[in-house]
Design a binder for this molecule. Structure first.
Ligand code: ADP
Ligand code: MG
Length: 307
């Protein structure tokens, strides 16, 4: 189990008054999948690096089971065998092949096992066809997949992933995400995933933590947070929403009815695939709602909220 106890971190002594992370407390169980969300600059990457032991804390402690994670001041070599970290900027060996990169830290004393392990991981990240390709010729997304596979090679107990699919095109993202996250669950590997993509979170995370103003402002299941986002910031992560009488109402929770207190003049239609997102105006506000079909501009409709 990972225990993060009252940690505070700032990059500079001068910044210690406004730390990037301020008194964070949380834990992660074996095999649990945690998503960290938050705006750009909210400290997601910093938190992962701190957990990995890349920096010394100003305050607090981090443990994996009974092992305290120590920063460079107390630990000459950053990193532990039980924990792997895949950074936003991944550093691979460009002049060797994909399979050589993935197997880089695996022992050569067991060539058969090594080969099988690399093959298994090539399948997880869907790069079987590129085993013999030199990494320098790969695209950004392919490199990201190699970095993932390499981090998984020695089967860590916990893996820290920083926007793991950010470079991957939409053609491959869905299936790769399922493959990787299902693999982690199967092997009971805990993961902490920093992301700004709600699709990384909704179907996969056991819990999501929202970072804001240097603090964890929410730490709940995606279902619970979706249902009651509490803050506009969290709601915006899930999709378009409105603040109506101080209540957060998602665009899909508004429905056209014959008549109601909420009269809206249609301003724009946005095609979304199986529905349209409609931007409409009341006398004071902009309202977003969803509709199966496109509406006529300047048409007036009445809306009501449904659960
Ligand atoms: P996120 O990953 O959520 O976008 P980061 O953790 O990268 O956020 O950054 C959090 C804050 O720390 C930002 O204000 C950023 O400018 C600052 N920061 C990040 N890395 C460094 C660094 N190496 N030195 C100084 N400040 C940094
Ligand atoms: Mg980041």
């Amino acid at each position: 189990m990972l225990k993060v106890q009252n940690i505070t971190f700032s990059y500079t002594k001068k910044g210690a008054a406004n730390p990037v992370l301020n008194k964070l407390n949380f834990s992660v169980n074996r095999g649990e999948h945690i998503s960290i969300i938050g705006e750009s600059g909210s400290g997601k990457s910093t938190l992962l690096k701190v957990i990995y032991g890349e920096y010394d804390l100003n305050e607090g402690q981090i443990f994996w089971n009974d092992t305290e994670i120590l920063g460079p001041k107390y630990n000459l070599v950053v990193g532990y065998d039980f924990m792997k970290y895949v950074a936003q900027e991944f550093d691979l060996m460009p002049f060797i092949t994909v399979e050589e990169n993935i197997g880089k830290h695996l022992s050569n004393f067991f060539p058969k096992e090594k080969k099988e392990r690399v093959q298994e991981l090539l399948e997880v990240v869907e790069l079987e066809d590129f085993a013999k390709t030199k990494v320098k010729t790969l695209s950004g997304g392919q490199k990201q997949r190699v970095a993932l596979a390499r981090a998984l090679a020695k089967q860590p107990e916990i893996i820290l992933l920083d926007e793991p699919f950010s470079h991957i095109d939409n053609f491959h993202k869905q299936s790769l995400r399922r493959s990787v996250f299902n693999y982690l669950k199967e092997k009971n590997i805990a993961c902490i995933v920093a992301t700004h993509d709600s699709e990384d979170v909704l179907a996969f995370a056991d819990r999501m933590m929202v970072l804001h103003d240097s603090e964890v402002i929410a730490n709940k299941s995606p279902q619970a947070l979706y249902k009651d986002p509490e803050m506009p910031l969290t709601a915006s992560f899930f999709g378009e929403f409105n603040l109506i009488n101080d209540r957060i109402i998602y665009a899909h929770q508004l429905q056209i009815v014959e008549t109601s207190d909420l009269k809206v003049r249609v301003h724009r239609n946005y095609f979304k695939g199986h529905y349209y997102l409609i931007e409409g105006y009341t006398d004071e506000d902009i309202i977003f709602f969803e509709n199966k079909s496109k509406l006529e501009i300047d048409q007036e409709v009445y809306l009501t909220s449904v659960p």
